[in-house]
Design a binder for this molecule. Structure first.
Ligand SMILES: Cc1ncc(COP(=O)(O)O)c(C=O)c1O
Length: 409
């Protein structure tokens, strides 16, 4: 089987030449030169108001549209089913406001104890409108979601379940189609945060059968933007949050007062070029659609990342670190994120030592504060998180493990 050519991959990312081992990718990845080029091209050549008939405006319109279409294809959605906006957090807060008019006091929303707060706080705030919030909890030892508890929480009063496709700390990938099936059976909607999943596995919103899906592009080698997907009918029914004259079928604008970042929408074209360059370089089986080519490229990425993550996990297990999560669900996959705590040691001290060895890494609760609390860990000190990206190579892992050996020594 073809394996990922990391030397080629690394050439595409200018900052990787700085001599540091970068493993804070779950916080945000570097961007490849293709994204930098397309963003710079937009800003140097077409930073004008789009939608007019003069030449630079026509080109600006085309570049923005091309970026948006590619991001829809990225997740196998149609272009009028996505909103390109500033962040996942902003998308969830805005959609909670756009949907709340469909709920009545006493209706229930389920949020998890495992999610990043982005897919929790916005829903919890609907309590002030009379909604009842139920919490789907984690196992206190492992941090895994207690699947059996969902059956007890779901009822005909449930209107929406907000949950993560993959935890940004516990790295467990949830079986979204199986969960969506259960949730739809009581007539509730699914609102899935794919931010920690999308950098590592291909997303197909149609196959997932989720009602809403949201993820941040800056964790997938893209600009600091995020994509919201919703099933078309649901987006059309949800309330306009923008000016009164924006029509209900203009989903790109009705949920985004102020509109998108034009230069970053154009920069998304570079994401398409980058992933297609990977596909071409590895001579993978051709396909007509970007989404199908991406799925093939992701197979190489996932296999490469899983191999590196396993090496790191084995090392940490041998050192008696407490690794959060990393228990496959019925989905079977784990993201290459290894978050750990060493009993009796401060995460801050471990990270300081790693930073001395030029390992770019941090420690925190990573805004999955409820999960960290449930595990009995300190929010301030949190866990050390190794978040791999596909541009990490064996050399990175070797340097990381040598540094870890000294830091834990
Ligand atoms: C799983 C997860 N969801 C949501 C977010 C928030 O993303 P954004 O910064 O785009 O709001 C993060 C950021 O760390 C995350 O890891």
């Amino acid at each position: 089987m073809t394996t990922l050519d990391t030397a080629y991959v690394r050439e595409q990312f200018p900052p990787l030449k700085d001599g540091w081992v970068f493993v804070e990718n779950a916080g945000g990845t570097y961007v490849p030169r293709q994204v930098i080029d397309r963003t710079r091209d937009y800003m140097t050549e077409t930073q004008v108001q789009p939608n007019w008939n003069f030449a630079s405006s026509v080109r600006a319109t085309d570049r923005i549209a091309a970026g948006k279409h590619l991001m829809a294809e990225f997740i196998n959605a149609e272009h009028d089913e996505i909103v390109l906006g500033p962040s996942t957090t902003m998308h969830v807060y805005l959609m909670a406001q756009a949907l709340r008019h469909q709920f009545k006091p006493g209706d229930e929303i389920i949020v998890t104890e495992q999610d990043h707060e982005a897919n929790v706080g916005a829903w919890r705030r609907l309590e002030e409108f009379g909604l009842v919030i139920r919490e789907w909890q984690v196992d206190r030892e492992t941090g895994a979601l207690r699947y059996e508890q969902l059956d007890q929480l779901l009822s005909p009063r449930t209107r929406l379940v907000a949950f993560t496709h993959c935890s940004n700390v516990a790295s467990i990938v949830h079986d979204v189609p199986a969960l969506a099936n259960k949730i739809h059976a009581v007539g509730a909607l699914t609102f899935v945060d794919g931010t920690a999943f999308a950098p590592h596995f291909p997303v197909d919103v149609k196959a997932l059968d989720c009602d809403f899906y949201v993820f941040s592009l800056y964790k997938v080698c893209g600009p600091h933007q995020a994509v919201l997907y919703g099933k078309r009918a649901l987006l059309q029914q949800a309330r306009n949050l923008n000016h009164h004259f924006i029509p209900d079928d203009n989903v790109a604008y009705k949920f985004l007062p102020g509109g998108p970042s034009h230069e970053f929408a154009a920069g998304c074209v570079g994401m398409g070029e980058y992933f297609d360059d990977l596909h071409a370089h590895h001579k993978l089986e051709p396909a007509n659609s970007f989404h199908a080519r991406l799925a093939r490229t992701y197979r190489l990425i996932a296999a490469h990342e899983a191999r590196l993550a396993e090496k790191i996990e084995d090392f940490l297990k041998a050192r008696n670190a407490r690794i959060v999560g990393r228990r496959p669900s019925s989905d079977g996959r784990l993201a290459p994120v290894i978050a750990f705590h060493v009993p009796g040691r401060k995460s801050a001290d471990i990270v300081a030592k790693l930073n001395e060895h030029r390992i770019a890494i941090g420690h925190s609760d990573y805004w999955a504060a409820r999960l960290i609390k449930a595990l009995g860990l300190s929010a301030e000190d949190g866990v050390v998180r190794i978040g791999l990206a596909h541009y990490n190579d064996d050399n990175d892992v070797e340097q990381l493990l040598t540094a870890l050996d000294r830091a834990l020594g």
